[in-house]
Design a protein around this ligand. Structure first.
Ligand code: ADP
Ligand code: GLC
Length: 495
């Protein structure tokens, strides 16, 4: 077996700390670095959004891609990532990427009308680079595309099947599929044969997600449970047949977390630093959080925290329904998030109705997320579906006990305590099954009882804090996958 470092190109639309709308950015900000530390030759390819193009170090042009996807001028830059120094390619296409707003939407939450071209270009440039057409000095053996934004790369690679480069596609969330009008296929430079149901067509539309699902050599998702779930109608969002059709090509690799960025012993954002041995600082973080958000300064009140996109995925309507009873049992709740206007409004109303016990911070605030995770006693993640979920792992690392629904990656990372008078020996949190306020309340009541037993609670916190949540294990699994793919691709290159 070859031990030559595998050359892999990671392609995605957002990356921590430069631009982030969710966990995808955290993954792209951490995994490549750990792969490199384990010996892989890793490079990134990112769209030239202002937050990326203006932050990368020492950019220099490596190729001109000419006019493409409606942009008069497209060039490929090679640079270094600011924090990790990893090599990164940036697609410089000001017409498509240089604008305010977010990576997918404008400031008012409307999808960019030219997302087809914006992410078509990302996939096309990735395939061109992977086929050795853009950088004479480097060509990957594996192209690893993340989510629908990069998925088209797997189809474009198939337009030149002779190139011995294999593709992996990772589903971070099957609910966001990149659907566009059917006829727009021509704007992608793909012939109409790509529009069949066995290719990119999905219920009369054009699906970027399907490009990854159908044409990647291997498909992964971000937890073993979600890999099983998406083969069922309940979680497959209409694509369960396609997933099942890929059989053993689909696997789940559980995400890790960046244990340097999320480290209570060194976190510059929090009021007091602490670790599993010297845990007194946790109480100071709680007091600071209560004060900052106008919660009653009660060290003995179990403080539940939520840091989340406010969307139906996250099951926060269950929290709203359970809230009066939670408050009656003496708990406090702090929610930080933004998204759905109705959920934002409902949480603000709840904060008004339960002043001193419920507080809400609407907005996206990275240091605020660290302060919340450090100061809360419990982190609530009651999702209806959850491909992996990172916040419950941030909770574990900070001694902030997770309370989650048994679904996707939440089921793979949190082990239920059971009854507080007969606690499970390896528990690290609380888990409920049914997506109902009653089921959530059942777990929350057990959590509140356990919280009132300091020795039990301390054991629970310490167990979570001692876990290896790093990317090391996942990176080893990705490297094994890449090695497999390289072996499989070699005979093809000899053709
Ligand atoms: P998803 O990607 O579905 O949103 P994850 O749990 O994988 O869920 O990742 C969410 C990431 O976004 C975490 O890093 C979390 O801390 C962060 N996050 C979510 N909402 C906010 C917010 N309002 N402010 C700061 N960070 C947030
Ligand atoms: C998606 C999922 C989330 C996952 C993240 C990173 O945004 O919703 O569960 O943790 O991607 O893989």
């Amino acid at each position: 077996m070859s031990t030559r470092p595998v050359k892999v190109l990671q392609v995605g639309a957002e990356i921590f700390p430069l631009i982030k709308t969710g966990g995808l950015a955290d993954v792209l900000g951490a995994l490549p670095q750990v792969l490199a530390a384990q010996g892989a030759d890793v490079r990134l390819l990112l769209p030239g959004l202002p937050a990326i193009a203006d932050a990368v170090l020492h950019p220099r042009q490596v190729a001109s891609l000419g006019p493409a996807f409606g942009a008069a001028r497209v060039t490929l830059l090679r640079a270094r990532m600011p924090r990790t120094q990893l090599p990164v390619y940036v697609i410089d296409a000001p017409f498509l990427y240089r604008r305010g707003g977010g990576p997918y939407q404008d400031d008012h939450g409307r999808e960019w009308p030219d997302n087809l071209q914006r992410f078509g270009l990302l996939g096309w440039a990735a395939a061109q680079l992977a086929q050795g057409r853009l950088d004479p000095d480097w060509q990957p053996e594996v192209l690893h595309a993340h989510d629908w934004h990069a998925a088209l790369a797997c189809a474009y690679l198939g337009t030149h099947p002779a190139a011995a480069v294999a593709s992996a596609f990772t589903i971070h969330n099957l609910a966001y599929q990149g659907l566009f009008p059917h006829d727009d296929c021509t704007l992608l430079g793909l012939s109409t044969r790509w529009l069949s149901p066995s290719a990119l067509e999905f219920h009369g539309q054009l699906s970027f997600m399907k490009a990854g699902l159908k044409f990647a050599d291997r498909v992964t998702t971000v937890s073993p449970s979600y890999a099983r779930e998406i083969a069922t109608p309940e979680f497959g969002v209409g694509l369960e047949g396609v997933i099942r059709g890929r059989g053993a090509d689909v696997s789940g690799i559980l995400n890790g977390i960046d244990t340097e960025v999320w480290d209570p012993a060194r976190d510059p954002a929090i009021a007091a630093r602490y670790d599993a041995v010297q845990s007194a600082g946790k109480a100071a973080n709680k007091a600071a959080l209560q004060q900052q958000h106008g919660l009653q300064p009660r060290p003995d009140a179990p403080l539940f925290g939520v840091v989340s996109r406010l969307t139906s995925q996250k099951g926060l309507d269950l929290v709203l329904a359970a809230l009066p009873e939670l408050v009656r049992q003496g708990a406090q709740l702090l929610v930080q998030g933004s998204g759905d206007a109705a959920l934002e409004g409902a949480f603000m109303q709840a904060a008004g109705a339960h002043a001193g016990q419920v507080a809400v911070h609407i907005g996206y605030d990275e240091p605020g997320a660290h302060r919340l995770v450090a100061g809360a006693d419990l982190i609530l993640v009651p999702s209806r579906f959850e491909p992996c979920g990172l916040t419950q792992m941030y909770g574990l690392r900070y001694g902030t006990v997770p309370l989650v629904r048994r679904v996707g990656g939440l089921a793979d990372t949190v082990r239920d305590l059971g009854a507080p008078d007969a606690p499970a020996a390896d528990a690290n949190g609380f888990v409920f099954d049914e997506a109902s306020p009653q089921a959530l309340l059942g777990a929350a009541s057990r959590a509140i009882q356990a919280y009132r037993q300091p020795a039990l609670w301390a054991r629970l916190m310490k167990r979570g804090m001692a876990e290896d949540l790093s990317w090391r294990g996942a990176a080893r699994q990705y490297l094994a996958l890449y090695a497999d793919m390289r072996r499989a691709a070699d005979p093809r290159s000899a053709d």
